[in-house]
Design a protein around this ligand. Structure first.
Ligand SMILES: [Zn+2]
Length: 341
């Protein structure tokens, strides 16, 4: 059963909420903000369970042992109400229904908890209606608004809430979650690096898919390094219409190049080279390849990729960008293939 110990990398947020549960000084409204996939919904679920928990006085909440905890964590407790968009938006009628509901007595416990996610799905009129609900505390209700993009919230709404900020996860924290809870095994580091601090980003690809995509990306890099300019341009044509796939492939290539560089530059004495690598499930291949590639080729290839990704982020012409990149990689490859200088 999920509980506070399962939350990683959000020390400030969990301290604040655990403190409120322990002291019983619970605010009327909370606003959780932060990027997608860093644990906001999971924390909201645990907090809601803590608020309706029927464990003995003085126990840590949620106790994780009572029926109320069970039901709240599974989102089937009658006093834990989720408000989600109807289609893409949260409508003013939904807010009015929520207000009526908040005026009623809790059906089972001491309080009702309302989770609104994502809060920014409410337009201005709906947010104004929500503001009225927040301004006049109705019964023993606690509101938790969850927002991925707080810039879309009215300042008046934000100011009515205790603001709880969630951070991007460190790579270590994300890798631990992926390894221990999501079954990523030795692909956890790679998924975490691709996720850039967000679990939802990191889990874009299931572990097997991740390994396949990486293999394809590494094969492309090796092919280009071995190409003459004509063959590189020929290869480029395959990518003109595949912008998103190209961006994704380049991410894998970048992480691979990074690992080759680390392997090549680490002191000979450093034990366990694998533990510094993102692709550590392929440590042996990386270490062998790093022996046969120049640092200059690695740095050159990396900076060319970084530059092209930057341009593509700004919607540059894919054709031109991919032609130049692949020619550059082919040129670098002549150095990459040579013996270690
Ligand atoms: Zn409980």
């Amino acid at each position: 059963m999920v509980n506070w110990d399962d939350i990683r990398g959000q020390a400030a947020a969990t301290r604040l909420l655990k403190g409120a549960l322990a002291s019983g000084r619970v605010a009327h409204a909370y606003l959780f903000t932060g990027p997608r996939g860093v644990g906001k919904t999971t924390v909201a679920r645990i907090f809601a369970a803590g608020l309706v928990c029927e464990g003995p006085d003085g126990s840590v909440r949620p106790c994780g042992r009572c029926g109320a905890c069970d039901d709240a964590l599974a989102f089937r407790h009658p006093d834990v109400v989720r408000l989600e968009p109807d289609g893409d938006v949260i409508r003013i009628e939904q807010i009015r229904a929520l207000k009526r509901r908040a005026g009623l007595k809790p059906s089972r416990g001491r309080r009702q908890v309302f989770l609104v996610e994502p809060a920014e799905a409410a337009g201005e009129a709906a947010q104004n209606a929500l503001l009225k609900v927040l301004e006049e505390p109705l019964g023993p209700s606690v509101f938790v608004l969850i927002a991925h993009q707080e810039t879309f919230l009215l300042p008046t709404v934000v100011s009515r809430c205790v603001h709880v900020r969630f951070q991007r996860l460190s790579r270590e924290a994300a890798a631990a979650i992926l390894r221990e809870r999501l079954g990523y095994g030795d692909a956890a580091e790679l998924a975490a690096a691709l996720g850039n601090g967000s679990i939802s980003q990191a889990t874009r690809f299931p572990p097997e898919d991740l390994r396949e995509r990486r293999s394809a990306a590494v094969a492309l890099l090796e092919r280009l390094w071995a190409s003459d300019p004509g063959a590189a341009l020929e290869e480029a044509r395959n990518w003109y219409e595949r912008r998103d796939e190209l961006m994704e492939t380049l991410e894998f290539v970048q992480l691979w190049l990074r690992d080759l560089l680390i392997c090549r530059t680490r002191p000979k004495s450093a034990a366990e080279p694998g533990r510094w690598l993102i692709n550590f499930d392929r440590a042996a291949d990386i270490s062998a390849r790093a022996e046969r590639v120049s640092g200059e080729a690695l740095f050159g290839s990396l900076s060319a990729i970084r530059e092209v990704r930057r341009q593509l982020d700004k919607n540059a012409n894919v054709r031109h960008a991919v032609d130049v990149l692949f020619l550059e990689l082919a040129a670098r490859g002549r150095k990459a293939a040579g013996p270690k200088e």
